[in-house]
Write a new protein. Structure first.
Length: 597
């Protein structure tokens, strides 16, 4: 007889401690051998996830507690990866909402909670990081309750169970007065408050594809939940496609989850989460069922993208020097491959065979794809992100974002002024006892393009900025997001210390001496509204009157570092970001205006 099951998702705002809490559950469940070395953030296996400290891809694990199998799914906290969250919530019967005891609910808390409530789930609320200074768990719980009411939760959902925890210290407790020893109260809450999965093993097989993986040995792997029926290794099955067609095949391998490992199974029944190999053409949302009595499940609905960029073949003077994959066919194949697992992404081919329209949920969503591709050896160029307009009730509309800023008091005036110029509307302002102020805005998504750099300067790097998609509203008119022109290179060559030093009064540079440049390459920001062309390859004329040690103490101002995210936010409509495995360059498009210079 199979063991009782609980399927639960961990949802939260980014950096509120989801992955750390899952680490504590894994370590205390006994799945690791005694003396085994356990890394931090074991669920964040992707290199970019470890570097950035965020979860990008949802992942599942399974632990046993009191003879119950608990399938735990760790989900992304950033709204840009909402496609992952929406799919995963269809696999589970309950969720744990984690909220920081100091920050309380944040924009992505609203986003992930809204998705959970729409699915009819009743969350267990865990107030995390209660052992931190300035933590106020009671206020955090009050704010969570207000958020439940605001999002239209029913009476049952509003009567949520609350626990207080520290994922880092490895404890959870039912009340603040209890002693925090271990994670048993949370394990017990999962058993008591998460319902067992519904599903009938005697009915026709129904398994919905919610995640796709790939193995060199097994090919494409389907991951999903068995809603009804029993699935066996080696059996014949049918994949019901999105267009209603049916593809028959054989289940070549059936895998279950145990800790961080996948274990081979002979069979599994309704309610379990499994991985299946044998269907190379499977896509997200499709149903694996019996070929004799096919019964497809409703397709998974995912929010549409709000931001679009153009990916094109690199045609700069340095094209092909640093990348392995540079042709339009290679870029197209890679983008099409991404569509197989990234459900929130859209790719459209244009009239030009060298250009592709790529739409996503936000700058971070598209930035992660670009960074992944460049690390794989791809070389290409991308345009400025543009919002996707839609027609609602016959009126042209644009996406609006809900923005929360946590800033030092002295930066409040500048932030309000700058967001006002970007058509932002302030909704709330709260001043804390620690000298910081929290501002809430509703702002057009295009008003946030390029804002992060301004925000870092205004808050002197001490501000925290979070935003999530709110809704489509009527277009709010023209707005200007960048106020200074750029400095471009006048010719191809190598930038010299002498030329950069002489031009320091013209603006801020993005490059250092020794950087290779070409005509039209953006090398800095002008301190005037107009664009400026400079010869940064000019060398000093040497004569026998100058001392060899005369320039030793002269130093350049530190250049502004252009990361990929900063570059995507910075460029204007007539500019491009050139992306290679070794470099991030900014450049002007080859427009008529530029050609006349």
């Amino acid at each position: 007889m199979s063991l009782p099951i609980r399927n639960v998702a961990i949802i939260a705002h980014v950096d509120h401690g989801k992955t750390t809490l899952v680490d504590a559950l894994l370590k205390q469940s006994g799945i690791f051998r005694e003396g085994e070395e356990i890394p931090d953030c074991v669920m964040d296996s992707n290199t970019l996830e470890r570097e950035r400290g965020i979860t990008i891809l949802s992942k599942n694990t399974a632990v046993r507690y009191e003879e119950t199998v608990i399938n735990i799914v760790d989900t992304p906290g950033h709204a840009d990866f909402g496609g992952e969250v929406e799919r995963v919530l269809g696999m589970v019967d309950g969720c744990i909402l984690i909220v920081d005891a100091n920050e309380g609910p944040m924009p992505q808390t609203r986003f992930v909670l809204k998705k959970a409530l729409e699915k009819g789930l009743r969350p267990i609320v865990v107030v995390n990081k209660i052992d931190r200074p300035q933590a106020d768990p009671n206020i955090a719980v009050d704010k969570v309750f207000d958020l439940f009411v605001e999002l239209g939760a029913d009476d049952d959902q509003c009567d949520f169970t609350t626990l207080y925890a520290s994922g880092l210290s490895g404890f959870a407790k039912n009340s603040l007065e209890d002693q925090g020893l271990d994670m048993k109260p949370l394990f017990q809450a999962i058993l008591n408050h998460i319902p067992p999965p519904a599903g009938d093993p005697t009915k026709t097989l129904q398994l919905q594809v919610t995640t796709l993986d790939y193995s060199e040995y097994l090919g494409r792997i389907i991951i999903g939940r068995i809603h009804n029926g029993v699935i066996k290794a080696g059996q014949q099955a049918a994949l019901m496609k999105e267009d209603g067609s049916m593809v028959k095949g054989k289940i070549s391998k059936l895998l279950g989850f145990e800790g961080l490992q996948r274990v081979e199974l002979e069979e599994s029944s309704a309610g379990n989460l499994v991985a299946v190999a044998g269907f190379a053409d499977a896509n997200i949302g499709e149903t694996l069922t019996c070929p004799n009595e096919p019964q497809p499940l409703p397709l998974i609905k995912v929010d549409e993208p709000t931001l679009q960029m153009t990916f094109s073949v690199n045609d700069s003077p340095f094209a092909g020097q640093e990348g392995t994959y540079v042709t339009s066919r290679q870029i197209r194949d890679r983008l099409m491959r991404e569509l197989e697992t990234n459900v929130a992404l859209r790719v459209e081919e244009s009239e030009s065979p060298d250009k592709f329209g790529v739409s996503g949920r936000g700058e971070l969503h598209l930035g992660i794809l670009i960074e992944t591709m460049r690390r794989e050896g791809y070389e290409f160029q991308v345009s400025q992100p543009q919002v996707i307009y839609r027609e609602v009730n016959g009126q042209p509309c644009e996406p609006f974002e809900y923005l929360v800023l946590d800033i030092p008091e002295q930066a409040v005036g500048s932030c309000i002024e700058r967001l006002g110029q970007r058509k932002g509307e302030m909704k709330d302002m709260q001043t804390g006892i620690n000298g910081r102020t929290q501002l809430e805005f509703v702002v057009p998504a295009r008003g946030l393009i390029g804002f992060r750099g301004d925000f870092i300067r205004i808050s002197r790097g001490e501000g925290i900025m979070n935003h999530s998609f709110l809704e489509y509203r009527p277009i709010s008119g023209d707005l200007e997001t960048r106020y200074n022109g750029v400095i471009t290179s006048f010719e191809e060559g190598v930038a010299t210390f002498y030329a950069l030093k002489n031009a320091e009064d013209r603006g801020i540079f993005f490059i250092t001496p020794g950087t290779k440049v070409y005509k039209g390459m953006i090398i800095g920001e002008s301190n005037r509204p107009q664009d400026v062309e400079l010869n940064v390859c000019k060398t000093k004329q040497l004569t026998n009157h100058r001392s060899a040690t005369g320039d030793e103490l002269v130093q350049l101002q530190a250049p502004e570092e252009m990361s990929l995210e900063r570059a995507l936010e910075y460029i204007g409509p007539d500019e491009l970001v050139e992306v290679t495995p070794e470099s991030i360059r900014l450049r002007k498009m080859k427009t008529k205006k530029l050609a006349k210079r």
